[in-house]
Design a protein around this ligand. Structure first.
Ligand SMILES: [Zn+2]
Ligand SMILES: [Zn+2]
Length: 402
């Protein structure tokens, strides 16, 4: 406490004038001096030393005496939510903040602490004691915002994240919910009132089962890339993170959810584990190569030997792809450069051929096959000098590190 007292000695007490302060606000004037004391204790020591008058607090209007009551209010507001970690935020009356800042300037203080920081810490300590949970500023499950002017608490519930890999066993299912193009989700004649283009999606199948346990107001699926609606996703599956917004519960039976998802016949997951919001960006930025199964029709048919001679040449060549015609209405018309990493013939049957192709992330594989009317070059169709049509496309592997 010696440092605090020596800092206090350099203050001109007469400058307080008629103003009186509570112990906490007096101590907070030296709040960043010394360690291990509450501002309240600092204030009592300084008051004895400087003989500062006791009275209604000019800075905080006696807010510092209401921390227990505010902590009770926070605990009540948090009651409906299951959480491990929390943090306290606050909205401080702007006039109180202005009053303390003017006092810092008048007294030329070196280490005052703002009222807001004390409010957050002191209410946080009390809530922590009452609930037996630690405050966590970096990754709180819930944030309680205390508005001190109105004794009002807003609770911000952070999302729940789980991660895994999904397989999509059937064609005609998008990765995420796809709002109806005509009504934008409101429901119309075209979509039969459903508000979406497809009856379900990978996201909806998985989220429905998690929501049964967690509750929540919405969801989002973040995938490591996405396959076409008409492509299956096989092999080990595609990494994803599911986000549940405003969950009521966080300790949920993930194994049970996995069993129900896998019973859907549409989507399978091997396992689900908890994740964090900070995991989403690295997942989405991953540039994993993919291996595809391609079933195509050639007109006229091409001998297997010719196909087998052509593929290795194409693997070595850079591919220039203008944004495909099928997506150019919603994406910028640019040219991307990609490479095939491997390509082999699995079999040829008349005018049908099955290939296994590994391509860099972001390669438009269908367009590489049929050439997209010259927008992708070179293409398989161009090199074989026949028309090629993709009948089926499946993703067999996503080559991430995981
Ligand atoms: Zn005060
Ligand atoms: Zn519609």
């Amino acid at each position: 406490m010696d440092e605090v007292l020596s800092a206090a000695r350099s203050v001109d007490v007469s400058r307080f004038g008629e103003r009186t302060l509570c112990d906490a606000c007096l101590g907070r004037l030296f709040g960043k001096v010394g360690h291990g004391y509450t501002n309240d204790a600092r204030g009592r020591a300084v008051r004895d030393l400087l003989h500062v008058d006791v009275g209604p607090c000019w800075v905080c209007d006696d807010l510092t005496a209401r921390y227990d009551a505010l902590a009770d209010l926070v605990v009540r507001k948090l009651d409906p939510w299951e959480f491990d970690s929390f943090c306290i935020g606050s909205k401080i009356d702007s006039e109180a903040a202005a009053r303390e800042e003017s006092l810092w300037a008048e007294l030329a203080l070196a280490g005052p602490e703002p009222l807001k920081a004390e409010v957050n810490r002191e209410i946080g300590k009390r809530v922590s004691d009452r609930l037996g949970k630690e405050p966590n500023l970096a990754h709180p499950d819930v944030v309680a915002i205390v508005d001190t002017a109105f004794d009002h608490v807003d609770v911000q519930v952070n999302p729940l994240y789980v991660r895994g890999r999904y397989r999509k066993l059937v064609r005609g299912v998008p990765q995420t919910r796809w709002p109806c193009r005509r009504c934008m989700g409101k429901g119309c004649a075209r979509c039969g009132g459903a508000g979406k283009m497809y009856p379900t999606s990978v996201e909806e199948v998985i989220a429905a089962e998690i929501l049964k346990d967690s509750g929540g107001t919405g969801h989002a699926l973040h995938g490591m890339g996405r396959e076409d609606v008409d492509a299956r996703m096989l092999g080990r599956g595609r990494p994803f993170i599911l986000e549940i917004k405003e969950p009521r519960r966080r300790v949920i039976d993930l194994g049970g959810a996995v069993g129900r998802i896998n019973a859907s016949g549409i989507v399978e997951v091997d396992g689900l584990v908890p994740a964090r919001g900070t995991d989403v960006v690295p997942l989405k930025e991953d540039r994993a190569a993919k291996t595809y199964r391609v079933l195509l029709r050639m007109a006229p048919p091409v001998e297997e030997a010719k196909l087998k001679n052509t593929l290795p040449v194409l693997v070595a060549e850079p591919i220039a792809q203008r944004t495909p015609e099928r997506v150019v209405h919603r994406r910028a018309d640019t040219t991307r450069h990609r490479r095939l990493l491997a390509a082999e013939v699995v079999g040829v049957d008349g005018d049908r051929a099955e290939l296994r192709v590994t391509a860099e992330a972001g390669t438009y594989v269908k367009e590489w096959v049929h050439g997209d009317r010259g927008r992708t070059r070179p293409s398989l169709a161009e090199r074989l000098d026949v028309a090629c049509e993709v009948l089926e496309l499946d993703v067999l592997e996503v080559h991430d590190d995981g």
